[in-house]
Write a protein that binds this ligand. Sequence first.
Ligand SMILES: Cc1cc2nc3c(=O)[nH]c(=O)nc-3n(C[C@H](O)[C@H](O)[C@H](O)COP(=O)(O)O)c2cc1C
Length: 244
Amino acid sequence: METAMERWYRATRARFSVRSYASDPAKEQLLALKKAASSLSARGVEIVVAQEEAVFTGMLGAKIRGTDTFAALVSRGARPETAGYIGEAFVLEATALGLGTCWLGANFSKGALKKAVPPAHDEKLVCVISIGVSAEEYAARKRRTIEELTELTRAQYDALPEWKRCAVECARLAPSAVNAQPWSFDAAGEGVVVENVAWNFGWGRLDCGIAMLHVELGAAHCGVFGEWREDKTLNAFLPQSAGR
Ligand SMILES: Cc1cc2nc3c(=O)[nH]c(=O)nc-3n(C[C@H](O)[C@H](O)[C@H](O)COP(=O)(O)O)c2cc1C
């Protein structure tokens, strides 16, 4: 049977930001999303799946059409990287369920969100993920080149172990606010280091958390599992075991 990691790895290749939807998720999909939200909520991050028309109306919300369904990411003092990492796991699970998604830092009504998901005094509503049946064809958005991302020549990159190339290539597909890709990947040492290199309107560290999950999924696809050594701007994925 396919592992959860391989299911999400496959989803990294199918995911793209969907802003136009044919409908809300079907009933069974909604149940599956709620189940995923509850099992992924951890480490000070809670995912709340809700439906509220007003979140996607008005000046800011109108960019998202055809669905009222969203997941709110709620943080209780979590590192931004953790919110990105856990939120992207949810996005990839939604993708694996056949749904379209879009991370949203701005294109929703903040007032309507606060009413739909009232935060407790120690909670912060970090961002929203729209979810629904996609009305769009897959679109591969532009990414920086491998050479730009790793600061390696093509020959140096090709000489890396397969699992590192897999990790970097999977991370290259990670979404980020305004597609800024505010990271660089240092794959020359023992592991793969994700460095946050830009503030990106305040989303830089959350974006890096998204890329971190992609690094891990790419490595796992090649049978390498490991753990993270986390620092303020440097997050190192260090291999612990090679399975498969
Ligand atoms: C933290 C974050 C915030 C985002 N906010 C918005 C947003 O407010 N509006 C929007 O249309 N897209 C938003 N996006 C989607 C990005 O623009 C998109 O991921 C990027 O352009 C890459 O395209 P792709 O997701 O199709 O690969 C956001 C993405 C992230 C990760």
